[in-house]
Design a protein around this ligand. Structure first.
Ligand code: DQA
Length: 147
């Protein structure tokens, strides 16, 4: 099994970006957490980040036939991008929507999600730990599908 963890705009600045909202863990720290999880479980994890909508779409397309599921923190594109939603719908891979912060406790515009419409589920509000929660959930989901 292999899972793609894909991060959208501004998440490269984690650690210094609004630490009161997103914490002080960097994206490199999160990548290490995910690599540790991969070593523990034996499940493959690929990690990506882009600030560009089209590049995120290209990476979702490229996941087809390579990975078994996608954990997607699309950042603000979550709330605006029909194109990202369509990309997920087009590749026929299970996707989990992920956010560090509890988007539902924040501004109204963060309560809207295009990704949620094509996701198997959503994890938000648990900070960096949410990545591990999402990986656990995706591995369980993919294992269920295979049996
Ligand atoms: C975020 C929440 C989004 O609303 C925001 O635009 C982000 C980060 C999160 O992980 O909490 O960039 O996806």
């Amino acid at each position: 099994t292999s899972i793609l963890v894909l991060n959208g705009p501004n998440l490269n600045l984690l650690g210094t970006r609004q630490p009161e909202v997103y914490g002080t863990t960097t994206l490199a720290d999160i990548e290490k957490l995910c690599a540790g999880w991969a070593a523990d479980t034996g499940c493959g994890v690929a990690f990506g980040q882009s600030n560009h909508e089209g590049h995120l779409i290209d990476q979702i397309h490229a996941a087809r036939g390579v990975h078994d599921g996608i954990v997607l923190n699309a950042g603000a594109y979550t709330h605006s991008s029909i194109a990202l939603m369509d990309a997920i719908a087009s590749v026929d891979l299970p996707a989990i929507e992920l956010h560090l912060s509890n988007v539902h406790a924040r501004e109204d515009f963060r309560h809207v999600s295009y990704i949620a419409k094509v996701a198997i589920g959503i994890i938000c509000g648990f900070g960096a730990r949410g990545y591990i929660m999402a990986l656990d959930a995706m591995l369980a989901h993919v294992s269920d599908q295979k049996t």
